[in-house]
Design a protein around this ligand. Structure first.
Ligand code: ATP
Ligand code: MN
Length: 484
């Protein structure tokens, strides 16, 4: 008999049918002649209760195994699915027998061979700090919190593909190794097959490193964004998106930045900034709505144990209209607020400055009272490819800011005018020759086009209410951290 997933068992009607479940023990409780074992297999938030009635002859063969059973042990239970007399669960398993697959000792097991010593199972039934769980990232998916995060990540990945696929966007696999710096930000990881240790010993100190001899014949990096390559496909297939890993060697040790994160980047031809903003708003609402509808029990857990009110926040965003404000007006609002309350901001806002988290927070929570899209930023603080406005000072950029998190999406209309784009790149001291392929899009059949980038982990942070981005990806990579 094949074991069924707990998720499927819980949706069945209890007709005393035979079932087999396999999973890990979450709790075991004894009550007179009854032993309750809660089995979790991660297929959904809930586990299933298996009740052993020791006075029934069928359970006799399992008494020894039951007595030795610990939290974390892997087991198989056979029994019948019955209506549960307990509150909070519709069904439970009236268990006949138990097979212990792997133990998880609750006390240290010493052995003659050191490798065979087994420390007690670290996830004993109690609350563990998220910091501690980060150190055992290989075991943390067995906890309620990280199981829920993993399921939400999975479901949201599916929703992202679903959203774009149903709207005529083609999924493009942009390269992970690139020769260019899409953002012009410089925070890139180099990719090389050179022996760095040998280089460091100084063999090439005089001559410099000859990258023509490196694997790719030039200097290469891990991508910071798939956008430029996505643009090449958008100007052929009209609507495309990428959804893949991106890498930034940012030395910012914040709760919102990772060195390796996943990014969603749609790109649309024949589309301006208005279309881009409409897409961003519609997309976020769709994703949040999918989470509310399809991850209800996981979200209920986050709402009660992680961040009170997240369900209400998500519902509010789904039902709100995103406010729009130009960067110039936003700065004016912030300056006004700063003038009225001297201690309000750590960084004084002024035209030309990048918006700080505290500014973003103010704009969403005070000015707009909800999500807000800030547009038309000074060109100096945005990437080279953004379309220059007629004022010659600002670009057709938009950032979507949400309460609690700040920036969740950054996007723009791209410069489709060959001359303006070249001029901007030269002003920035960029090597135009390296971007010949990118400029070709403006030489041949150029077209207004727009897109945005959304950090997947930022999205998951927002949906789950988790506070640290390191806790919404299985194995976080950040400054000084690349374990597992
Ligand atoms: P921030 O100001 O927060 O560093 P950014 O302006 O560098 O963001 P973009 O270059 O516009 O961000 O990247 C697009 C999106 O990717 C951002 O809106 C954000 O959701 C996400 N993102 C950017 N950097 C990181 C990072 N280091 N870790 C996780 N997500 C990130
Ligand atoms: Mn950044």
């Amino acid at each position: 008999m094949r074991a069924k997933l707990v998720k499927d068992i819980l949706s069945e009607s209890p007709l005393s049918q035979e079932v087999k479940v396999s999973g890990w023990v979450r709790t075991k409780r004894d009550m007179k002649n009854l032993v309750f074992v809660e089995v979790n297999d991660g297929s959904c938030f809930a586990g299933i209760q298996c009740t052993f009635d020791l006075s029934r002859g069928e359970t006799a063969s399992s008494h020894a195994a039951l007595a030795a059973l610990n939290t974390g042990a892997s087991i198989e239970i056979f029994g019948h699915l019955v209506a549960s007399p307990a509150s909070g669960q519709a069904v439970e398993i009236a268990a006949d027998s138990l097979r212990l697959i792997g133990e998880a000792p609750s006390e240290n097991r010493t052995a003659d061979v050191p490798y065979l010593e087994i420390p007690a199972y670290p996830l004993q039934k109690k609350r563990h700090s998220l910091e501690f769980l980060r150190e055992i990232a290989h075991l943390r998916p067995r906890t309620n919190t990280f199981g829920a995060v993993a399921r939400v990540r999975s479901r949201m990945s599916f929703a992202i593909h679903q959203y774009f696929q149903e709207r005529g966007f083609q999924y493009i696999h942009t390269p992970i190794i690139t020769a260019g710096d899409a953002e012009g930000a410089g925070a890139m990881f180099q990719v090389t097959t050179f022996n760095i240790d040998a280089l460091a010993k100084g063999r090439n100190r005089e001559t410099g490193v000859n990258y023509a001899k490196d694997f790719f014949g030039k200097k290469t990096y891990l991508t910071v964004s798939g956008q430029l390559e996505a643009e090449t496909y958008a100007t052929a297939l009209s609507r495309v998106y990428t959804f893949g890993p991106t890498f930034r060697a940012e030395n910012s040790n914040t709760a919102r930045h990772l060195a390796e994160f996943w990014m969603i980047e749609p790109e649309m031809a024949f589309a301006g900034l208005e279309d881009d903003m409409a897409l961003a708003e519609d997309f976020l609402k769709y994703i949040f709505n999918t989470a509310l509808e399809n991850c209800a029990s996981d979200l209920a857990f986050f709402d009660s144990h992680i961040e009170k009110g997240i369900i209400e926040t998500l519902t509010h965003v789904v039902n709100s209209r995103f406010a729009h404000i130009s960067y110039t007006d936003a700065i004016a609002e912030l300056e006004k607020a700063a003038a009225a309350n001297a201690g309000l901001f750590e960084f004084a806002p002024h035209w030309g400055c990048d918006l700080q988290s505290e500014h973003e927070k103010y704009l969403t929570e005070k000015t707009a009272g909800g999500p807000v899209i800030v547009t038309d930023y000074p060109k100096e603080i945005k990437a080279f490819y953004m379309k220059l406005n007629d004022d010659g000072k600002t670009v057709r950029a938009m950032d979507v800011l949400v309460p609690r998190l700040g920036e969740i999406i950054g996007g723009s209309q791209r410069e489709d005018d060959l001359e303006k784009l070249c001029k901007r790149m030269l002003d920035l001291g960029m090597n135009i020759e390296d971007y010949g392929w990118y400029l070709d899009l403006r030489r041949y059949g150029t077209v207004p086009h727009s897109g945005f980038g959304l950090g997947f982990e930022r999205l998951i942070l927002y949906i789950t209410g988790m506070a640290n981005i390191r806790d919404v990806i299985p194995y976080p990579r950040a400054v000084g951290q690349a374990n597992f």
